[in-house]
Design a protein around this ligand. Structure first.
Ligand code: ABC
Ligand code: CA
Length: 488
């Protein structure tokens, strides 16, 4: 089984099982209908090489357990978060044989598989409105006794009433998410036994835990231990100190504070880069393991896609590059590589198959992402893995709109001046020799453009911003020692 240290060098591709790949051709996927579109575990198998060939060595798939079958005011449970029976698989995604086949194919490629799991709530299969939740139809826990009293979480609760956040209900009177009584020892035992069983039965390497802030903190250590694998939790909040507490009870978090800061910073040419610098620095200092076991992302299935708010290709490339070059595990949400631009749920859950899964030069973001994956891998090999445990530091820049991040042996530089920069002289990043990143005169390569640069006699470097694009530098000698990549 894979623990946090085994995962820290990984690069994760997040996909929605229903939308990533289908093994049989059915009708078109109507995104607005919020219905099952027949993606499946065997469909993932068919396109696993597509993921691997971009340089990823792990996938995160949707929850695998049986959900409600009804069609609600918010459509069907194609996302997998409306569990009804955790002891059955979601048959829309395939059989136990199919899931075993997927895991085998993943492992044959030396990749890891992470499964999304939900503890916080279940959903009733039949009548499910605020006044008439039919608890008897919740197969795993068929009585109101297993749930907190019905009361929906109010938006003001999120900053004012943590007990309500933990014991109130998510959802609304159209689809009520019955909140599991995770204070009840029988419930706790059932969930801990279940997670240990599911990871063992299917040889799962890691779990992404849903709605972590909605369950009391001291529930999590035993659950994480029972899983036997790496745990990364969703704590949807932009406050670093609030999120930091959860890094003490599970291995890491999906790093939402930095998500908010990074999408804001690179979201426009007036974005605030110092908020990003401050957020990252605070997280490095206050998360239990710094950012090392946490996850870095700029898109997921709950947020509008990054290109939904800007079509500036330079900003998009900076945002993606950011998520691959810091201390946290990079997580790419399927469709980013093809430039998808859907808005809020459900529009950010497009089917991938209409693209035909192209990986060639005609898809510039695919090339960008592959280079970033390879650069991270090479940095790890060249540094004998110290790259994965060396905390990044920002190198202050005098011109505005620029930041530089040192994470030896990698240097990444970003800008939000955008691709339509019209000033006379493009701004330049300056890396002083005092940053001690490079020793003496060295050749360094920007792996995103394959342009070679030379550091000065004392290891300093100056690079102009070309077209507003980011640059990711590695020592040229790093590319020589790393076998089996075709980077530059
Ligand atoms: C359905 C419809 C939606 C409809 C909704 C009411 O019902 O599709 O159109 O608006 C699943 C499905 C969803 C479905 C929901 C509810 O279930 O995927 O399609 O929405 O039925 C996780 C998963 C998510 C999943 C669930 C439920 C949980 O990733 O896919 O949704 O299993 C909260 C939870 C968070 C959850 C998220 C969707 O809702 O905490 O775990 N995600 C504030 C709160 C957050 C809250 C967020 C959105 O609003 O603090 O706790 O997330 O409601 C920042 C602040 C944040 C603030 C944000 C908006 O701004 O710091 O605190 O978040 O600056
Ligand atoms: Ca709860």
């Amino acid at each position: 089984a894979a623990d946090a240290d085994a995962w820290r060098s990984r690069r994760i591709y997040q996909l929605l099982t229903d939308r990533f790949g289908r093994s049989v051709t059915t009708s078109a996927c109507d995104i607005s209908a919020r219905a099952y579109c027949t993606g499946s575990w065997l469909g993932i198998v068919d396109h696993l090489d597509y993921v691997r060939d971009m340089g990823f060595d792990a996938i995160w798939i949707s929850p695998i357990v049986s959900n409600i079958e009804s069609t609600t005011a918010y459509g069907q449970a194609f996302h997998g978060y409306w569990a009804n029976d955790i002891n059955q698989l979601n048959q829309h995604f395939g059989s136990a044989d199919d899931l075993n086949r997927l895991v085998k194919e993943v492992h044959d490629r030396k990749m890891y598989i992470m499964v999304d799991v939900v503890v916080n709530h279940f959903v009733a299969n039949s009548t499910n409105t605020s006044t008439t939740v039919d608890f008897s139809s919740i197969t795993t826990f068929p009585s109101a006794n297993f749930f907190h009293a019905e009361h929906f979480i109010q938006s003001t609760d999120y900053t004012q009433n943590q007990t309500a956040v933990e014991q109130g209900w998510l959802g609304d009177d159209k689809v009520a998410l019955a909140d599991l009584d995770t204070e009840n020892p029988d419930v706790v035992n059932t969930m801990n036994a279940w997670i240990g069983n599911i990871t063992k039965t299917y040889s799962i390497d890691g779990v992404r835990i849903d709605t972590v802030k909605h369950v009391r903190k001291d529930f999590w250590p035993a659950f994480a231990k029972a899983s036997g694998v790496y745990t990364i939790g969703e704590v949807l909040d932009n406050r670093v100190d609030y999120v930091a507490d959860y890094t003490k009870v599970i291995d890491g978090v999906l790093d939402y504070p930095t998500y908010f800061a990074a999408t804001q910073a690179f979201g426009s040419t007036t974005g605030n880069l110092s908020v990003l610098v401050d957020t990252v620095t605070q997280s490095q200092n206050s998360y239990q393991h710094g950012l090392f076991y946490s996850g870095s992302f700029i898109e997921n299935h709950d947020q509008p896609r990054f290109p939904n708010s800007t079509n500036n290709t330079a900003l998009i490339r900076n945002a993606i590059a950011w998520s691959f070059t810091n201390d946290a595990l990079p997580i790419l949400y399927y469709g980013q590589e093809q430039g998808f631009s859907g808005g809020n749920d459900p529009w950010n859950r497009e089917p991938l198959w209409p693209t035909g899964y192209p990986l060639g030069e005609e898809r510039p973001l695919v090339t960008h992402i592959r280079s970033l994956n390879q650069a991270r891998k090479i940095a790890g090999i060249f540094s004998n893995s110290s790259f994965y445990s060396t905390a990044s530091t920002f190198i202050p820049q005098s011109s505005s709109g620029l930041i530089a991040l040192s994470k030896p042996p990698m240097l990444s530089v970003f800008t939000n001046i955008g691709s339509n920069f019209t000033g006379k002289v493009p701004p330049k990043w300056t890396i002083p020799s005092s940053a001690k990143l490079f020793k003496g005169k060295k050749q360094v390569v920007d792996v995103l453009t394959c342009a070679y640069f030379k550091t000065d006699g004392s290891g300093g470097l100056i690079a102009y911003a070309d077209n507003g694009f980011p640059r990711v530098f590695l020592p040229a000698e790093a590319l020589d020692v790393a076998e089996n990549t075709d980077l530059c």
